[in-house]
Design a protein around this ligand. Structure first.
Ligand SMILES: O=P(O)(O)OC[C@H]1O[C@H](OP(=O)(O)OP(=O)(O)O)[C@H](O)[C@@H]1O
Ligand SMILES: NC(=O)CC[C@H](N)C(=O)O
Ligand code: SF4
Ligand SMILES: [Mg+2]
Length: 491
């Protein structure tokens, strides 16, 4: 998934050093989208070649020390990225860490990408045979090089008065070369572009940072700057969302404000990743006009109707299933009581890059609340089972603590098909539900019963409060659940 954020200081705001701190805070708020590496790039808004860059492997707080980000103190535009890799796995060097910064005919540009390009391999070969040199095997670098190429090809058509930092035409050309999946931030020395692919597969929103959270008596609020981010949870406290970037849209953010500069024909219906609601996004984020936490609660309520069971308590698998467990408890009338303590210093396991790291995270992450578990019939709600790593470990912990029955209820349908659009599950071999029947899974996981939410149930939860723009038919990618991919997979 990856997390991206960009900030631009308003023309009449003279604060110095605030932007990199807000950007690092934003990346911290997006840490759940990627923990492998992070980077920040800044521009002072005057020199079109000189960008300052801070990058590293690990967590945001480890990379962006006070000293490291002070290098960006003069920046009036800052852009950052948290990485969860889906590409570049052959040689995961520092070169793969985003944002990608490239020198082009009009000056330096930087690109931060969330998603994965379907068909990247053939585009990559095409580019290599046209003499484009690539330093990594990531799809994101390819986008950066394609933009650089579009800039070079359009160079002679730039008319006097064209601003160096304006690359909207070149971005539109690049967009037409790729189908999905990308939400992008592209930075030139004096502006930032927020772009979503025509399927709208990954999220991206844009907002304004105000001088105060609320208008005060007698004084009006004014804009200190502008922000674009994967999720609204990354916006500074005094910011408000202005828009979610539409599928196929390019939004330009400069020191003068925000404007939509291009709208490619969107795919109707769109194919926004339904797993953003199930697992990836943070509960307080607003997607398609609705709060993720509320959608998750609704999945729990529907699951309780679809798969009821008599039990003593309903428990969550912290963190991301908590809302669904609350919804299940509310609908079933069975009290919600936790069975597991989650160590907050251990991150998400699913987004670790290999099995060893995933399993070691799970082993360090959970402790059992024995007094709640002993002699109880437990409904254990999780948001998903992917490889089965989490369940394999915690169900055993519950039995060891004296549970009487363990009924697993999963607030999404069985995940049976690979994802090629930004999630690192490239093969169905590793997906437990693709290779076992429900009964085999019950036996393998050692649970009293196992039931999943239906595809229709998940769609119902997602559609209930969804807000859609006129002219845009909202739709969701459910490919990993149904095998119906939004684009033809010709590779
Ligand atoms: O079947 P698996 O392969 O184990 O994957 C599924 C599990 O991984 C995720 O949790 P994760 O620990 O990543 O994040 P969370 O703390 O937000 O729940 C998800 O919420 C499931 O619990
Ligand atoms: N999960 C993502 O969004 C990954 C972005 C990009 N494909 C990379 O591997 O760096
Ligand atoms: S295949 Fe699944 S995880 Fe991938 S984009 Fe579609 S819904 Fe999301
Ligand atoms: Mg989990």
């Amino acid at each position: 998934m990856c997390g991206i954020i960009g900030l631009v200081q308003a023309a009449d705001c003279e604060a110095r050093g605030a932007l990199p701190i807000l950007a690092a805070d934003g990346l911290t708020a997006l840490q759940h989208r990627g923990t492998e590496s992070a980077g920040l790039v800044g521009s002072g808004g005057v020199d079109r070649h000189a960008f300052d860059i801070v990058k590293g492997h690990g967590l945001v707080r480890e990379i962006f020390t006070h000293e490291a980000i002070s290098r960006l103190d003069d920046a009036v535009i800052v852009m950052g990225h948290n990485r969860y890799s889906t590409a570049g796995k052959k040689r995961p060097t520092i070169n793969c860490v985003q944002p990608f910064v490239v020198y082009t005919a009009i000056g330096t540009i930087a690109i931060a990408h969330n998603g994965e390009l379907v068909g990247a391999e053939s585009k990559r070969n095409e580019a290599l045979h046209q003499g484009v040199g690539l330093s990594t095997d990531t799809d994101s670098e390819l986008i950066a090089q394609m933009v650089a190429k579009a800039v070079a090809l359009n160079y002679k058509c730039r008319v006097n008065g064209d601003q160096w930092g304006d690359i909207s035409k070149e971005l539109a050309v690049t967009m037409s070369a790729f189908k999905t999946s990308y939400s992008l931030l592209v930075m030139t020395y004096d502006r930032l572009y927020a772009i979503r692919d025509p399927w709208g597969n990954r999220p991206l929103c844009v907002g304004t940072i105000y001088s105060s959270r609320e208008p005060r008596n007698g004084t009006s609020q004014y804009a200190l700057g502008y922000v674009a981010a994967s999720e609204s949870c990354a916006l500074p406290p005094s910011a408000r969302i202005d828009m979610e970037v539409k599928p196929g849209e390019i939004v330009e953010i400069s020191r003068r404000g925000i404007r939509s500069v291009y709208q490619m024909k969107p795919h109707n219906p769109s194919a926004f990743c339904i797993f953003e609601y199930v697992y990836f996004a943070r509960g307080d984020t607003i997607l398609e006009g609705q709060q993720v936490q509320s959608v998750r609660e609704e999945t729990g309520r529907i699951l309780a109707r679809e798969a009821p069971i008599d039990a003593d308590i309903v428990s969550n698998v912290p963190d991301s299933s908590t809302a669904a467990a609350i919804g299940y408890a509310e609908q079933s009338g069975i009290p919600y009581e936790p069975s597991l303590h989650r160590n907050s210093y251990v991150g998400r396991s699913f987004i670790q890059p290999n099995t060893e790291l995933r399993q070691s995270a799970i082993l360090r992450k959970f402790g059992v609340l024995k007094n709640n578990v002993r002699d109880r019939r437990i409904v254990l709600v999780d948001d998903s089972i992917v490889r089965g790593n989490t369940m394999g470990i915690i169900v055993k912990m519950l039995w060891d603590a004296g549970a009487k029955e363990v009924h697993l209820r999963i607030a999404s349908p069985p995940l049976k098909y690979p994802c090629f659009m930004g999630i690192n599950i490239p093969s169905s071999k590793e997906l437990i539900a693709a290779n076992k029947t429900l009964e085999e899974m019950e036996e393998m996981l050692g649970v009293t019963s196992l039931r999943y939410l239906s595809v229709d149930g998940l769609k119902e939860a997602v559609s209930k409060r969804l807000h859609s723009e006129p002219g845009f038919e909202p739709g969701h990618c459910t490919a990993c659940l149904t095998g119906n991919y939004p684009v033809k997979l010709d590779f």
